[in-house]
Design a protein around this ligand. Structure first.
Ligand SMILES: Nc1ncnc2c1ncn2[C@@H]1O[C@H](COP(=O)(O)OP(=O)(O)OP(=O)(O)O)[C@@H](O)[C@H]1O
Length: 279
């Protein structure tokens, strides 16, 4: 993927990556990724968009080193990826420590990277405040709503201030108003640090709003169909980006592509439906 500054080194590189789950002697398995090539330059924010089951999460898990590809090569910062404090991730199945408070959950994530207790506490408080949970800092996860728990997980992922952020639908169960505020906070943090972000979302608007590039993925077997440069000015919170002609065109284009992909996927619940036709 070329950015405005072509001299930027690629921070994440996937070359010919394929992954099949559950392939055994008898079972053929599920092909999650097929020959995926992706290069993410330093400082880029990339959204992964595509129908359910197209392999978006699998890409994140391969990039963070939690699963290995069957074929192909993955390089993160020039080396084989492995989880560590330079990588922050927030997955759909984020797990909070139930017997620990909001503060305790975020501080725990910092245990490895910040030795000084006071510094760790200050950092945790800063991010808990940032996700709007200052009033709930001493509450336990069971005392929070689903969206609030998701915000704790977000604070935990951001607090380590990682060079690479891997986020799997981090705002999925957050209410619409809070989600907009969280998007702005994420953009602010990302632009201050210029870390690399790989962001999975089902929201076309969110994908465009946040990213430098939108990677459109196709249904099974998971492939990258297109990489689109968003090309909207930053900072995007300083103007009504959704009213821009470019935003409206991109949204219409991506919606049309995704709708078509869902309707032609035989494994989709909406396969073959004539959506939009009058009854
Ligand atoms: N651990 C696993 N074992 C078996 N199959 C798996 C596993 N993980 C993923 N898959 C399958 O691989 C395919 C890709 O899954 P993945 O979660 O990457 O898709 P996705 O695009 O993130 O989906 P969604 O948008 O619904 O979260 C799917 O068919 C899924 O069922």
């Amino acid at each position: 993927m070329a950015l405005d500054a072509p001299t930027q080194p690629d921070r994440i590189v996937l070359t010919g990556v394929s992954k099949t789950f559950g392939a055994g002697d008898k079972a053929a398995g599920t092909v999650a990724l097929k020959d995926v090539n992706l290069s993410v330059p330093d400082g880029a924010f990339v959204s992964l968009l595509g129908p359910s089951g197209c392999g978006k999460t699998t890409i994140l898990r391969i990039v963070d080193g939690l699963i290995l590809p069957d074929q192909g090569r993955v390089l993160v910062s020039g080396a084989t990826p492995k989880p560590g404090p330079d990588m922050g991730f927030m997955f759909q199945s984020f797990r909070l420590i139930p017997w620990s408070t909001v503060r305790g959950n975020v501080e725990f994530a910092l245990a490895e990277s910040i030795a000084d207790k006071a510094e760790r506490r200050a950092r945790a408080e800063r991010y808990i405040h940032l996700v709007g949970l200052a009033r709930f800092i001493d509450n336990y996860p069971s005392e929070l709503s689903g969206g609030m728990r998701q915000r704790v997980a977000l604070a935990r992922a951001l607090a380590t201030e990682p060079d690479i952020l891997l986020m799997d639908e981090p705002f999925a169960s957050i209410d619409a108003q809070t989600r907009e505020l969280m998007q702005i906070e994420l953009m602010r943090l990302w632009s201050a640090r210029q870390s690399v972000a790989l962001f999975v979302t089902h929201s076309v608007d969110e994908a465009i709003l946040l990213a430098d590039q939108v990677v459109l993925m196709g249904p099974r077997p998971g492939r990258i169909l297109e990489v689109i440069d968003v090309g909207l000015d930053r900072p995007r919170w300083s103007y009504d980006v959704r009213a821009e002609k470019r935003f409206i065109e991109l949204r219409a284009y991506l919606w049309d592509r995704i709708r078509t992909l869902v309707l032609i996927d035989p494994e989709s619940d909406f396969f073959g439906r004539n959506l939009g036709a009058a009854d």
